[in-house]
Ligand binder design. Structure first.
Ligand code: HAM
Length: 430
């Protein structure tokens, strides 16, 4: 037996039914906001992420050499690839540019429930635009797409990394290491880094600031603790949260000065969406504004975006009991006897052409074995094609749930099968 690589999954039809539901909710949400889809490659040059993603992601990358000795990496996220594409191909396109991507990403992490080495992200970026409008659009789309995908018991926590960066007047790499220690709540490491940087005075303040979480009052408290540094940041957050009701977002949003984020490129507003139903790995999405274009040879441009962990949304919507119809066949066609097989395939082709999901016996089983198979596949109907009925232009139609059987004209089959087809759940934002 050959085992799957650690941290990977075989996604089965039932899981994928829910995954597809979430995916289609995300696509519709992004497109309703005017985003267009783009997909960077699954593997990228190592240098795209090296020294840009930050120490957290850097240690988790699937890096390898190809046969020509090139250093490559399986993408650990989309943002850097999207920005590389923007700088190389879209620099002169009308702004703002709104792009979404959806697909698997790879991180060498310690696997557990909700944490995998191959997982799916729904990623959205806005390049250009004014900070307030673009940040509000970004945050709103993140919240609304999670809602549309059926995860409603969530909390959005908004913070600002810019205020901590403004406070920590140390070289960028040192700042990166200090922020990483703060993000991990690794206080011995924080102490060590601040000591090395001669900034031990800041330790108590930093620890107090990142513990602040709540309503607008904490912005004033954070500003006081930081000695007035970051006033603009707090003003920005106030205006951002005042904007969200215009999108229909009136609850479930708090300020949290402890949102640091695992990636190094953030410079301004940062946020995370948490689903308490998920336990330890409860972060279902996150993002913020960042600076990357200039690292890839472009002009600085206001950039803001987010990614949602699709697997975690699948788990969260399941935990909330959101019903997703399991994948079912509409009909299974059973040819009775060899002579009419050609006709049975023709009937099948006509039904498939109407958009119904239809399968047909491919192994030449007898009728009763075929009905067992139809049952195992969850077919709603079995269509029995036999000489006797065909002579009258009919087939026998069997309801697989009740076992009732009746004759139906071949010409009417599609409309009879389509009539009681269950509708997929609609997608609603509110
Ligand atoms: P991130 O926070 O690293 O952000 O990842 C986004 C989401 O991916 C997380 O909130 C989580 O739901 C999911 N995720 C992360 N690691 C795993 C894992 N091992 N297994 C399952 N799900 C996971 C980014 O990737 C940024 N590029 C977001 C962004 C876009 N910022 C600006 N634009």
């Amino acid at each position: 037996m050959i085992e799957r690589p650690r941290g990977t999954r075989d996604l089965d039809p039932a899981y994928l039914a829910r995954h597809s539901f979430v995916e289609s909710a995300f696509r519709r949400a992004a497109e309703s906001f005017g985003y267009r889809q783009m997909l960077p490659p699954t593997f990228e040059p190592l240098e795209l992420f090296h020294a840009k993603a930050g120490p957290g992601i850097e240690q988790e990358m699937y890096a390898f050499k190809d046969k020509a000795g090139r250093d490559l990496v399986l993408r650990p996220e989309f943002t850097a690839g999207v920005l590389r594409y923007y700088v190389n191909e879209l620099r002169n396109a009308p702004k703002p540019i709104k792009l979404y991507s959806l697909g698997p990403v790879f991180r060498y992490e310690e696997p557990q429930h909700g944490r995998y080495r191959e997982f799916w992200q729904f990623n959205c970026e806005i390049l250009g635009g004014t900070p307030l409008d673009a940040d509000a659009e970004t945050t709103a789309l993140a919240v609304l797409s999670v809602r549309a995908a059926g995860a409603r018991r969530v909390e959005t926590r908004i913070g600002h990394i810019g205020m901590l960066r403004a406070y920590l007047t140390v070289p960028k790499e040192v700042q990166g290491r200090i922020l990483h220690a703060l993000d991990k709540r690794d206080f011995p490491k924080l102490h060590q880094e601040l000591d090395k940087a001669g900034q031990l005075d800041a330790e108590a303040t930093l620890r107090d600031v990142i513990a602040l979480r709540g309503g607008p009052e904490i912005l004033k408290q954070a500003s006081d603790l930081l000695g007035g540094v970051g006033g603009e940041a707090f003003e920005h957050l106030m205006r951002l949260s005042d904007r969200l009701p215009a999108y229909g977002i009136r609850e479930g949003v708090i300020f949290d000065m402890g949102i640091i984020r695992g990636l190094a490129y953030y410079t301004g507003m940062v946020f995370q969406i948490h689903a308490p139903t998920l336990g330890a790995e409860d972060q279902i999405g996150g993002g913020g504004s960042y600076a990357l274009a200039e690292l890839f040879g472009g002009e600085p441009i206001f950039s803001t975006g987010f990614a949602i962990g699709m697997d975690r949304v699948v788990l969260a919507s399941g935990a909330e009991g959101v019903a997703v119809p399991p994948p079912k066949l509409d009909a299974y066609v059973v040819p009775i006897g060899d002579a009419i097989r050609g006709k049975a395939f023709e009937i099948t082709a006509n039904l498939r052409g109407t958009g119904l999901k239809v399968d047909i016996d491919l192994v030449g089983r007898g009728p009763s074995k075929n009905l067992d198979y139809a049952n195992a596949m969850g077919a709603r109907w079995a269509v029995l094609v036999g000489d006797k009925e065909l002579a009258k232009g009919n087939v026998a139609l069997r309801n697989m749930e009740t076992g009732e059987q009746r004759e139906v004209a071949v010409a009417e089959l599609a409309s009879v099968l389509g009539m009681d087809k269950p509708l997929m759940g609609g997608v609603e934002f509110h």
